[in-house]
Design a protein around this ligand. Structure first.
Ligand code: DAH
Length: 357
């Protein structure tokens, strides 16, 4: 075989090999490498061209043409493969970055009011709508407001029953020890005093707030909330007390709940009554929650003891009053069927979410 034929054959083989390689390249990087390998300065085609220099001068133009034709064919094939791979790369990139506008948006969790606070606001609002003014008192109290003025003298057993947190090394101007209030009833004393400074009863107050007792189990927490409600006026009666209770409880539970007043004892009221509602779980037919009595105890109430009115200087011949105090957590638990008081304070978001937070 002459040199020229051998060269032509070489060229043909090279072209076939290169075209197959270009077509098989997986990506643009690989194609770049192939370009260098076949068309680069030290590439395969250059190698073949070296052979051309050894040919006699008259044969060179013909083979030169063949070389150029192969070069062009390779360049064209490269360009085509490049176009294909670039388009494929772009398609993949678009695919990866594609935005599916039909996907639901990512929601940021929204904060909401704690169920106890919500209950407290609902309850306060009901009394507010009945004309009771909202008042607050300090959570750190003295013994006078928390006990003495409420007709609970120092040796009274009710004082021991309150499981009081006393505050070490703290006393008021009279040197009396300070404590965390065990109930919202001291607001009665503060509000009545303020009322007398400005004038005379009538006085109708709703006092929501935190209270503290050294206690912790399924139904007791060392911190809980109460709402204290009271009214001082001429001719106050148990009938008015019962009417206010009936309206409040039916509004809060969003149904006509029957109520009953059971005689009881509180130092600061006389007579005193424990208030029950018809069981909201079994409607009175008897269940585990109401211990088969059909009734649930919800709050304490009574006619304000004359000693309490006298302690602040209200004329007990002219005025009388009624009062009651309720546990907010207990009412929220009954309304929503919550079995354990501690759920309110553990801050497990699953519970708070179920409560609509
Ligand atoms: N202060 C009482 C307590 O925490 C609740 C209470 C009972 C308040 C009777 C009252 C009332 O105003 O009349 O146990």
């Amino acid at each position: 075989m002459s040199d020229i034929e051998a060269l032509k054959q070489q060229l043909g083989g090279l072209q076939g090999e290169a075209l197959a390689a270009f077509a098989a390249a997986a990506d643009l990087d690989e194609l770049g490498e192939l370009r260098v390998r076949y068309l680069g300065k030290k590439g395969r085609l250059t190698e073949v061209l070296k052979g051309v220099g050894k040919l006699p001068p008259e044969e060179r133009p013909a083979i030169g043409q063949s070389v150029n034709a192969v070069k062009q064919a390779l360049a064209g094939a490269l360009q085509e493969a490049e176009g294909k791979l670039a388009a494929e790369a772009a398609r993949l990139r678009i695919e990866a970055e594609r935005v599916d506008v039909t996907l639901p948006g990512r929601r940021r969790p929204r904060g909401a009011m704690h169920p106890v606070h919500k209950g407290l606001q609902e309850m306060t609002a009901i009394f507010s709508q009945m004309g009771f003014a909202i008042a607050e008192g300090p959570e750190i109290e003295d013994e006078f407001h928390n006990f003495d003025a409420l007709n609970i003298p120092p040796e009274h057993p009710a004082r021991a029953m309150h499981d009081t947190f006393f505050i070490r090394d703290m006393s008021n101007a009279e040197g009396e020890p300070m404590l965390l209030r065990t109930h919202t009833s001291p607001v009665q004393i503060r509000a009545m005093r303020r009322c007398l400074e400005e004038g005379e009863p009538p006085l109708a107050i709703v006092a929501p707030g935190r209270v503290y007792r050294c206690d912790y189990d399924v139904t007791h927490s060392p911190m809980f909330h109460q709402v204290e409600v009271f009214k001082v006026d001429r001719d106050m009666s148990l009938a008015e007390l019962k009417g206010v209770l009936q309206h409040f409880l039916s509004t809060y539970f969003e149904k006509d709940v029957p109520i009953r007043l059971r005689p009881h004892y509180f130092p600061f009221t006389e007579p005193s009554a424990e208030v029950d509602i018809g069981c909201v779980f079994c409607s009175g037919s008897g269940c585990r929650i109401c211990k088969h009595s059909g009734w649930l105890e919800v709050l304490g109430s009574g006619m304000i003891h004359p000693n309490v009115l006298a302690a602040v200087g209200i004329d007990t011949d002219a005025y009388s009053g009624f009062a009651f105090g309720l546990g907010v957590e207990r009412l929220v638990m009954l309304k929503h069927g919550i079995p354990d008081l501690r759920l309110f304070f553990e801050n497990d978001v699953r519970f708070l979410r179920r409560m609509g937070a």
